[in-house]
Design a protein around this ligand. Structure first.
Ligand SMILES: [Ca+2]
Ligand SMILES: [Ca+2]
Length: 421
């Protein structure tokens, strides 16, 4: 075909066009050429790339491009033309070979112009479609994704894991010529290309581990690190609240909400594995040596040492909490001193606690003369204390704020007696 383009002094790019019609695309238009010259590129496609033994494989054979001459420059294609083109390609003999170790039974032709024409023979794992009427037309277009044939074939249910081929039978096709590679065959001036394909067969299921263990129904304390290994295409985790989380993209996730989880992982061949585990609640506040109390419906957290930084407190709480300052800003990673009135948000149960630092009344995270001054003003009636300040000022926890608390703070500052938080 190319040699004629040169002889006529015309370029195939002269009339490069793009016409959408029934999902077929005209990608080039060449000059008229002899009836017997054409390039056909077809391919074998499967509905998936990975299967498990016993699966049904759906195979489609499509023409990716078909170059021939018709009607000269400037003509367009019609639906009926596409149909006739399909018939013309059919005019060629087409053979498909299925790997005989993988497929034990006769394929079933489900669609395609080749079906129902009494021209499909199945022998020894070869699917041979025969029509001796090779059409000669003057065609001028490249057609994409034109379906020739569709069939299903069932994999042996006892098939070993591995890779199996589906390939063109170039010894059988009308185009076949001696001495050419399997993927390439010629007949007269026709050039036909089709690459073999391989499908993966795997019966192995993805492996699911929780905190490094693959045991079913295990209970892990506080936090579960789920990791999927091996071939997986989808992974869903059903949480204790019934919400399903997709971790297919990473194959891993960390879960801290107490309760029972179930993981479903499916391989690309469709083999699934499941694992159920339980996350038990951990009292990270208690573990950190802190304590809580509730007053008038407000949750307080106590036991924090003066001058403790936000980041060190988060670390002490096993990173299961955030620290918010008096303005509500998340300062978890900062070195700001945790002060009376700050909030601790425990992320595993989403509870919020207000920090009370005994002796830190002015809320700067330190115990100093400034705190004594703040209490003195309150005692003298010069100012008032809010609820948080009142709790912090009652250093000796006798439910009163008076000179005794001031004395406790003085002893703390002088190093005589440390305030018990
Ligand atoms: Ca202070
Ligand atoms: Ca007191």
């Amino acid at each position: 075909m190319r040699k004629q383009l040169v002889a006529l002094g015309l370029s195939a790019t002269l009339l490069s066009g793009f016409v959408g019609l029934n999902n077929y695309y005209v990608t080039s238009a060449a000059v008229a050429q002899s009836a017997s010259e054409a390039n056909v590129v077809y391919s074998i496609k499967t509905d998936k790339t990975s299967y498990k033994p016993g699966d049904t494989v759906k195979v489609t054979v499509v023409v990716d491009s078909f170059d021939a001459a018709k009607n000269g420059i400037g003509s367009t294609v019609s639906t009926s033309y596409i149909q006739s083109l399909r018939s013309s390609i059919l005019g060629c003999q087409l053979g498909i070979i299925l790997d005989s170790t993988a497929f034990k039974s006769e394929p079933t032709v489900t669609d395609g112009i080749l079906s129902g024409e009494n021209n499909v023979n199945y022998k020894s794992n070869e699917l041979k479609c025969v029509n001796e009427n090779v059409a000669h037309g003057l065609f001028d277009y490249t057609v994409s994704n034109l379906k020739l044939l569709e069939f299903t074939a069932v994999l042996d249910s006892n098939l070993a894991d591995g890779t199996y081929t589906i390939k063109p039978d170039t010894n059988y096709t009308k185009f076949a010529g001696a001495g050419l590679a399997n993927s390439e065959a010629t007949y007269a001036d026709y050039y036909v290309y089709c690459e073999p394909i391989s499908i993966k067969v795997s019966s192995s299921a993805p492996k699911i581990s929780v905190n490094g263990s693959m045991s079913a129904n295990q209970t892990v304390a506080g936090s579960a690190s789920v990791v999927i290994s091996g071939d997986f295409a989808s992974v869903t985790v059903t949480k204790p609240n019934g919400v399903v989380t997709n971790i297919s993209s990473t194959g891993s996730g960390t879960f801290t909400e107490p309760g029972t989880y179930s993981v479903l992982a499916t391989s690309s061949s469709g083999v699934s594995s499941t694992l159920t585990f339980t996350v038990s609640a951990v009292d990270y506040i208690k573990e950190a040596g802190l304590r809580t109390q509730t007053s008038d419906g407000v949750k307080y957290i106590l036991g924090i040492s003066p001058t403790t930084t936000a980041s060190s407190l988060v670390s002490k709480l096993s990173s299961q909490a955030k620290v918010l300052n008096a303005s509500g800003s998340d300062i978890s990673s900062s070195t700001t001193k945790v002060a009376t009135g700050f909030k601790i948000n425990t992320t595993y149960d989403n509870a919020v606690y207000t920090v009370i630092l005994k002796g830190d009344i002015n809320a700067d995270g330190m115990i100093s003369l400034l705190d004594i001054n703040t209490i003195q003003k309150k005692i003298l009636g010069a100012s008032t204390l809010d609820t948080n300040q009142t709790l912090a000022a009652d250093v000796n926890s006798d439910s009163r704020v008076n000179v005794s608390d001031i004395q406790e703070i003085q002893k703390h500052i002088l190093g005589i007696k440390t305030i018990t938080q």
